[in-house]
Design a protein around this ligand. Structure first.
Ligand code: HAM
Length: 413
């Protein structure tokens, strides 16, 4: 047997997935976000330049296309969206867009972590207003709590300041780490020299404990950033969005500055973030624009939402599948008329399956039962001659003959 690639999944029932997508798209369109599609294949250089060569995603997790080493399967969609903005010469800002689709990262698979996974990615390109960050966070919070009916999640926020703030902060952080150099793990020692703020992503319990005493970036912000950080918190409070400040939240991609946030849930195990985002500057310039655009965005991990929705799906207004009508020709001679009857039902929006496998009537009736048909619509030689069908109600067992011309009307009752 040929098995699926490790870290990928088959989705055989899309009811929940489609529910998430339809509700999210409707909600985003109400906020005047437009849906776009960007390629799954992108130049590797795009991700190297935007996410950062020292990030785990670029360093260890990229899927490079063999024989075409300059092309990769995208690991996320923010860089592609910035590229699309520049390449298509978009002039109207803020450009409010969203896109959804598969992303690829060569990570160690575990619950909620896959190598092919799906994101719904939301971006606003060309916005300096911190109120825009608040709109996105509040929108996501309402999507999760009101539209998707989640009740057990938390919003974590932090503020990474501007470039100058981070450079000054890194000096403070380095001093702290040097004081504890004999205690920290080897990964953190390496990160001290490559991407020092990523030490806060350390999974080692001792290090995590130690970093609760480390200097905090929110205490080292310049005047402008400090005012924006206050504004962010005040506006979230005014909009009744509950949040926790997590001073060690730095996010794993290099493009962030100022606002960063994550929605996490205790129902997800170790991979507890089901949505993450923040403000990013310089990305538009990095991908080739003459003039930079400040941006803010977020991505929702669809697989993690599915894990959460699975637990509460009975409470959700999921669409009911349509009633199925099984059209059963008794013999080969009735195949054509059965196909015509099936077409007529479908034309009128009635879901029909025509049984044309040359089986016995008994086995076709069994099959109709198995697919949960509401009625079996049987056509034998006699019915064909009289231009009728015999209808069996699969629930009650009741049978009656109906003119073919009146079938749609009968089923629509
Ligand atoms: P990210 O935090 O790397 O951010 O991913 C966002 C979400 O995608 C995560 O919170 C998680 O739910 C889901 N996710 C990530 N990796 C995996 C995986 N291997 N398996 C399953 N789910 C996963 C970004 O990708 C940024 N582009 C978000 C963004 C948009 N920032 C600004 N705009």
């Amino acid at each position: 047997m040929i098995r699926r690639v490790t870290g990928t999944q088959d989705f055989l029932d899309l009811t929940l997935l489609n529910f998430i997508l339809e509700q999210s798209k409707r909600f985003l369109k109400l906020h005047h976000f437009n849906e776009i599609m960007v390629p799954i294949l992108e130049p590797t250089e795009l991700f190297k330049r935007s996410l950062g060569v020292e990030t785990d995603v670029v360093k260890k997790e990229m899927y490079l296309i063999s024989g075409h080493e300059d092309i990769s399967l995208r690991p996320e969609a923010t860089a592609s969206t910035a590229r699309a903005f520049v390449e298509n010469g978009i002039q109207t800002t803020p450009w409010k867009v969203f896109t959804w689709g598969p992303m690829f990262r060569h990570e160690r698979p575990q619950k909620g972590r896959y190598r092919q996974f799906h994101q719904l990615s939301i971006e606003v390109i060309g916005t300096n207003a911190i109120a825009q960050d608040v709109e996105i966070i509040a929108l996501l919070d309402r999507l999760f709590s009101q539209i998707l009916a989640f009740d057990s999640y938390a919003l974590l926020i932090n503020f990474l300041g501007c470039h100058e703030d981070r450079e000054a902060f890194k000096v403070e952080l380095r001093k702290f780490l040097e004081q504890h150099i004999n205690e920290i793990c080897d990964t953190c020692k390496v990160r001290m020299n490559t991407n020092i703020m990523r030490v806060f992503d350390c999974k080692n319990e001792h290090d995590k404990q130690l970093y609760t005493q480390a200097p905090q970036i929110i205490k080292h912000l310049c005047k402008i950033c400090s005012a924006e950080w206050q504004e962010l918190q005040e506006l979230l409070e005014l909009l009744s969005v509950s949040f926790h400040v997590q001073p060690t939240l730095v996010r794993g991609l290099d493009y962030y500055q100022k606002t960063v946030f994550e929605f996490v849930s205790g129902n997800l195990g170790a991979q507890n973030a089901f949505c993450g985002g923040g403000r990013y500057h310089k990305l538009v310039e990095i991908v080739g624009a003459k003039e930079d655009q400040p941006c803010v965005g977020a991505a929702i991990g669809i697989e993690r939402l599915l894990l959460m929705l699975e637990l509460i799906k009975d409470k959700l207004p999921l669409p009911q599948p349509p009633a199925i009508q099984a059209v059963i020709p008794v013999e080969k001679a009735q195949h054509a008329i059965a196909l015509l009857v099936g077409q007529e039902l479908i034309k009128h929006g009635i879901c029909a399956q025509v049984m044309i496998e040359n089986d016995s009537l008994k086995s076709m009736m069994r099959q109709a039962n198995r697919i949960g048909a509401q009625h079996a619509i049987i056509i034998g030689a006699e019915e064909q001659a009289k231009k009728e069908v015999r209808i069996k109600n699969m629930m009650t067992g009741e049978e009656q003959s109906v003119k073919q011309a009146e079938l749609v009307q009968f089923l629509s009752k």
